[in-house]
Design a binder for this molecule. Structure first.
Ligand SMILES: Cc1cc2nc3c(=O)[nH]c(=O)nc-3n(C[C@H](O)[C@H](O)[C@H](O)COP(=O)(O)OP(=O)(O)OC[C@H]3O[C@@H](n4cnc5c(N)ncnc54)[C@H](O)[C@@H]3O)c2cc1C
Length: 529
């Protein structure tokens, strides 16, 4: 039995929830999310959301900072539109109950982050993402037109082409097959419009600041369904994540270096002075590259972040959460240097959408980190991503209802999921082994510093693994682990192909064989299935 809604939204982060709240005025909405509804990258955002809200700031300067960071690849029209929508987006979030921190005067307490020429980052303490997520979720749960379905894992998009129908019409999206991970059943969801809001793909890499949900599912599903993707080689790495077997993804904020933190090798020696006169305060990509170089050269696993020269009382007052969390892992930031590694943090590329948030597949919209909009170019300006997610969610909600009129039900019944003959899943060890393999070679060969040789090695390995995964995917009962492995493998291959195409170094893509930018490559890396 199909379950039908006007709008199906895949993902319950800032993008999916913002879309749902706007679209619910026009029809029924189901928000499907693969774990608990709050589990998203959004929930972990620390810094805040960038917007021009102070009289001492101006839109032109936010545009300029975004363009400069983007290394020549931003689409200026998109930058102007997104930045221009900032104040409206902030008001919209406030209307949904988000309380941003304010100073004693009652004005917003604005933070300043790398690459911004003014204080323009609105935040809610250092839990901005959680505050946004909770406020939006509360509004969604209270809305009569929205149903939120947790533990519903989208497996694949339903398309007319795959179903072999409407041969003379353009390929269109009709919904999704979805695994109910509690009842272990794959159900069919059909919709007038489907919206991808599945977030990023940090889990493709060994070290990441992203939570476990970030396995690139939306990107992989869109690709398999026939949608265009772009600029996947531009992966942003955060220089300092805690290195600890139990701290899968604990970020040590840039503000620690801002307050005088020193990076050291295991031997205690400093190294940043060899890379940039600004040392620890050089831009994120330079610091991440320097750490990566030192680790690879020495075969070591981590460097140290040393704050022990700063008065302990100040550290505890300025970074209460970081100090407390580190103590849980057995480190006293005030007394000892803490082991850190760079970690995959943000995907600048994604599924290509136009200014209406439409993908190249009819009736499939997308918003949030899963997309490529043209805003970030070759590098993301800090705190522009939450802003982009809401702007594109709003665009999608404005234009998706127009699609309902021509989203007639298909002329044939949509077949139920075919579970095949499989009665069992593959051994967990096989999935774990393949997953580990991918994350390791992506880190070592397709990470912060790349070379042609490393990329070609990664390509060979992913081709082999994809074949293996394909073979047992169709002979196994689907589980979320298997689905994530399949998606990670797909995204890894797309990143490798994009990185091989770009024979230059620009923004976040750094290849030792082509160390400078080349005019010929001042364009997006578009991949078409
Ligand atoms: C530690 C950290 C700090 C950050 N700090 C900032 C910051 O200060 N400012 C800023 O602008 N950005 C920041 N970012 C980036 C920003 O948080 C993300 O880009 C943004 O939250 C993405 O929102 P989203 O709605 O697109 O995706 P997410 O918030 O990641 O939501 C994705 C949703 O999709 C669901 N999902 C995924 N796959 C499936 C599937 N197959 N089926 C069903 N559901 C699925 C997930 O469960 C989740 O609910 C930070 C990111 C991290 C990790």
């Amino acid at each position: 039995m199909n379950r039908h809604y006007d709008f199906i939204v895949l993902g319950s982060g800032i993008a999916g929830l913002s879309f749902a709240l706007q679209a619910a005025r026009h029809g029924s909405v189901a928000v499907l999310t693969k774990k608990n509804s709050a589990e998203s990258n959004t929930n972990y955002a620390q810094g805040g959301i960038a917007s021009v809200v102070s009289p001492s700031d101006n839109l032109e300067s936010h545009v300029k900072d975004t363009l400069e960071t983007g290394a020549g690849l931003c689409h200026e029209d998109v930058v102007r539109r997104v930045v221009g929508e900032g104040p409206h987006v902030v008001q919209e979030l406030i209307d949904f109950g988000v309380e941003f921190s304010r100073g004693e005067s009652g004005d917003f307490d604005l933070g300043r982050e790398g690459g911004h020429s003014a204080r323009r980052v609105l935040h809610a303490g250092d839990f901005t993402g959680r505050v946004i997520e909770q406020a939006l979720l509360a509004s969604v749960k209270a809305h009569p037109n929205i149903q939120i379905l947790e533990h519903h894992f989208a497996v694949d998009l339903l398309t007319s082409r795959k179903l072999g129908i409407e041969e003379n019409q353009p390929n269109r999206c009709l919904g999704a097959y979805v695994l109910d991970t509690v009842n272990r059943r794959v159900e069919t969801f059909t919709s007038g419009v489907t919206v991808l809001a599945t977030g990023g793909a940090g889990k493709v890499y060994l070290y990441t600041s992203n939570p476990d949900i970030a396995t690139g599912d939306g990107l992989a599903m869109a690709w398999r369904a026939g949608a265009k993707v772009a600029n996947l080689e531009f992966v942003q790495f955060h220089p300092t994540c805690l290195y600890h077997p139990k701290a899968k993804s604990f970020l040590l904020s840039e503000a620690l270096r801002g307050e005088g933190g020193i990076l050291r090798l295991k031997s205690g020696e400093t190294f940043m002075e060899r890379y940039d006169p600004r040392k620890e305060l050089a831009p994120r990509d330079i610091v991440a590259r320097a750490i990566d170089y030192e680790l690879k050269k020495r075969g070591e696993d981590y460097v140290l972040l040393d704050m022990t020269h700063i008065p302990p009382e100040y550290l505890r007052e300025r970074f209460p959460n970081i100090c407390a969390k580190l103590l849980e892992f057995g480190y006293d930031l005030c007394r000892e240097p803490v082991p850190v590694v760079p970690a995959a943090h943000y995907m600048c590329g994604g599924v290509v959408v136009n200014e209406r948030a439409e993908t190249s597949l009819k009736n499939l919209f997308a918003c949030g980190e899963v997309t490529f909009t043209g805003l970030h170019g070759g590098n993301r300006l800090a705190s522009n991503s939450l802003l982009e997610a809401v702007v594109y969610a709003d665009m999608a909600a404005k234009h998706a209802p127009e699609r309902l009129a021509d989203a007639a039900a298909p002329s044939v019944d949509i077949p139920a999921w075919n579970p095949g003959d499989a009665s069992d899943s593959d051994e967990a060890v096989v999935i774990k082994q393949n997953w580990d393999e991918i994350r390791h070679f992506m880190w070592n060969y397709v990470g912060i510093v790349r070379t042609n040789k490393r990329l070609l090695r990664a390509k060979k390995r992913i081709e082999l693994l994809k074949e293996e995964i394909k073979e047992y995917y169709w002979n196994s009962v689907v589980t979320s682990d298997l689905l994530e492995l399949r998606n990670i493998a797909c995204v890894a291959e797309l990143i490798i192909l994009s990185a091989l195409w770009r024979k230059e170094s620009r923004g976040l893509h750094y290849n030792l064989d082509f160390p400078s930018p080349a005019e010929l490559y001042r364009r997006d890396t578009i991949l078409e299935p």
